[in-house]
Design a protein around this ligand. Structure first.
Ligand SMILES: Cc1ncc(COP(=O)(O)O)c(C=O)c1O
Length: 457
C-alpha cells in the first residue's frame, strides 16, 4: 500500500466544543489578583477589559464549551488543518522514529492565532463592543485579530512593539489591509507610553509595554473599547484546544498514538492547544504521552524563571497571576522569535509543569534555526522562528530514538509559517545570528521587584 503523508479531516470534523483543562487538572491554578489591592479580582474589574462571556469562560470548570455556529463557520475557511507525517525528514535523519506535525500555518494569516481571535471578536461583537485594543510582538497575533475584527466589522487598535514595527513592515501592512490601526509602541497615545518616551525617545518597546498601552487605552475608554489578549489566559488556551482535538482524530487515521507531544511556548497557547486534549487522555483514559514545552534559552521563563505571583505587564496595571516569570520589568534580548519574548507563562501550564505533568526544555537560537532550515529542506515549509523551537525538540527526540534504536512516535505543532520572517533567515544564513542565554543575575535582580502577595491560608 502507498505510504500516506497527509491526514485530512472533513469540515464536519471541526470540533463542536472547546476542551477546558480546568475540569480535569489535578492542580488548580492560583487565584488571579487585582494589581493594586492584591485581592482576588472580581468580574467587575475584569468587565472593564473583557465581555462577560469570556470572563465566564476564564473561570469555568465545565469540561466542554460549545463553539458558536458563527465561529465554526469562519473556522471552515481553514479548519480542520492538515496533519503530516514528516517522512522526508525521518529519512534525512535516518531515524526509526515516526514524526508527525499539525500545520497551523494553514490559516489565512499563517498561524494558530485566529483560533482564539475569531471567538474573542465574536463574543465582543455580541456584547455590543465597538472597538478592540491589543498588542503584538512579531505581528502574528495582531494579524489574526485584525482579520477577526474585519469579519465582525469592529475597529481595532494594535500596539506593536517598536523594533518589530520598524523591522517587519509586511506584518503591519497585512494588519492595515484588514482595516486595523497600528501604532509603534511605546506611543504618545497613552500616559505610560509618554512617560517612557520622555525618559528615552528611542525606547525599542517590549511586549510587556505594549500590553500596558493596550490595556490603558481600553480601561480609560469609558467602556467603548475592550482589550483582547492572544495568549496566557485560560479562555485563550481553551480556544486553541481545536488543534489537539483534531490531532487526536488524525493520529487515529494514521493508526498511531504519540509517545511525545511537543509545542513551542511564548505565553503557552499553541502548546496547550495541542497538548491539553492529550493530557485529558492521560488523566482520564490511562494514556502516557509525554508533553514537552520548548522555549528559547534567551527567554527561559519555565526552565529558569521563578514560580511566583507577578504582574502580567510592565506598567503593573494588568492582573497579577502566579506563573513562572523572569520579572515584569524583563527587557527581552533581541532574538528573532518575537512571539516567544514574554516574561511569564500561562498559569495553568506553570502549575502543571510545577507538579510534573508537563516537561520543558530551553533551546538556543542557532540550533533552532539549524533545525528550521533542515525542516524546510526536507518538508518544504519554512517555519516561523517560534515554531522552529518545537522542530528543534522534535528532531532531538528523533535523534535520541535513533541512538537508542527505538521506535518513537513524535507529534509536534507547527504553529505557523515563516514567510514574513525572512530577514531572520537572512541573518542566520549570512552568519549574523548569535546565541544568547539570559543571565541568572538579571533574573535575581528582577525578582526583587515582584509584588509582595500574602494570600489568606
Ligand atoms: C507562530 C507562533 N508560534 C507561537 C507563538 C507563541 O505564542 P503561544 O505560546 O501563545 O502559542 C507565536 C506568538 O506570537 C507565534 O506567532
Amino acid at each position: 500500500m502507498a505510504e500516506q503523508t497527509r491526514f485530512r479531516l472533513n469540515e464536519s470534523d471541526i470540533p463542536q466544543s472547546w476542551y477546558n483543562i480546568n475540569a480535569d487538572t489535578p492542580v488548580p491554578p492560583a487565584p488571579v489578583l487585582h494589581p493594586q489591592t492584591m485581592e482576588p479580582v472580581t468580574p467587575d474589574f475584569l468587565s472593564v477589559l473583557f465581555p462577560m462571556d469570556l470572563i465566564l469562560q476564564e473561570v469555568s470548570t465545565e469540561r466542554y464549551i460549545e463553539i458558536p455556529e458563527e465561529v465554526r463557520e469562519i473556522y471552515k475557511l481553514y479548519r480542520p488543518t492538515p496533519l503530516f507525517r514528516a517522512r522526508r525528514l525521518e529519512k534525512a535523519l535516518k531515524t526509526p522514529a515516526h514524526i508527525y506535525y499539525k500545520y497551523e500555518g494553514a490559516s489565512p494569516v499563517g498561524s494558530h492565532k485566529p483560533n482564539t481571535a475569531i471567538p474573542q471578536a465574536f463574543y465582543n461583537k455580541i456584547s455590543g463592543t465597538k472597538a478592540l485594543t491589543t498588542e503584538t510582538g512579531a505581528g502574528q497575533w495582531g494579524s489574526a485579530l485584525s482579520l477577526a475584527c474585519c469579519f465582525f466589522d469592529m475597529d481595532l487598535e494594535v500596539y506593536m512593539v517598536r523594533v518589530s514595527y520598524d523591522q517587519k513592515p509586511y506584518r503591519r501592512i497585512m494588519m492595515e489591509t484588514y482595516g486595523a490601526q497600528v501604532f509603534a509602541s511605546p506611543t504618545d497615545r497613552t500616559q505610560f507610553g509618554r512617560s517612557l518616551l520622555a525618559e528615552d525617545p528611542e525606547n525599542p518597546g517590549s511586549l510587556g509595554i505594549a500590553i500596558s498601552e493596550a490595556v490603558e487605552v481600553a480601561a480609560t475608554s469609558g467602556g467603548s473599547k475592550k482589550y483582547s489578549l492572544g495568549s496566557v489566559l485560560n479562555h485563550v488556551l481553551m480556544h486553541q484546544s481545536v488543534i489537539g482535538e483534531e490531532s487526536l482524530k488524525q493520529m487515529d487515521l494514521a493508526g498511531e498514538y504519540p509517545d511525545v507531544v511537543i509545542g513551542c511556548v511564548g505565553g503557552g497557547s499553541n502548546f496547550a492547544g495541542i497538548a491539553y486534549p492529550f493530557l485529558r487522555e492521560n488523566l482520564r483514559n490511562g494514556q502516557r504521552t509525554r508533553l514537552l514545552a520548548v522555549e528559547p534559552s534567551a527567554t527561559p521563563s519555565l526552565t529558569k524563571g521563578i514560580y511566583a505571583f507577578d504582574y502580567g505587564d510592565t506598567a503593573r496595571i494588568a492582573p497579577i497571576v502566579k506563573m513562572h516569570t523572569l520579572g515584569h520589568d524583563f527587557v527581552p534580548p533581541p532574538i528573532h522569535a518575537g512571539g516567544l519574548r514574554y516574561h511569564g507563562m500561562a498559569p495553568s501550564i506553570c502549575s502543571l509543569y510545577d507538579a510534573g505533568y508537563i516537561q520543558a526544555v530551553a533551546v538556543s537560537q542557532l540550533e533552532t534555526f539549524q533545525a528550521a532550515v533542515d525542516f524546510a529542506k526536507s518538508e518544504g515549509i519554512i517555519p516561523a522562528p517560534e515554531s522552529a523551537h518545537a522542530i528543534r525538540a522534535a528532531i532531538d527526540e528523533a535523534l535520541e530514538a535513533k541512538a537508542r534504536e527505538e521506535k518513537r512516535v513524535i507529534l509536534f505543532n507547527l504553529s505557523g509559517h515563516g514567510n514574513f520572517d525572512l530577514t531572520a533567515y537572512q541573518a542566520y544564513l549570512s552568519g549574523k545570528l548569535v546565541d544568547y542565554t539570559y543571565p541568572d543575575v538579571e533574573i535575581k535582580r528582577s525578582m526583587q521587584n515582584l509584588p509582595k502577595v500574602e494570600l489568606p491560608v
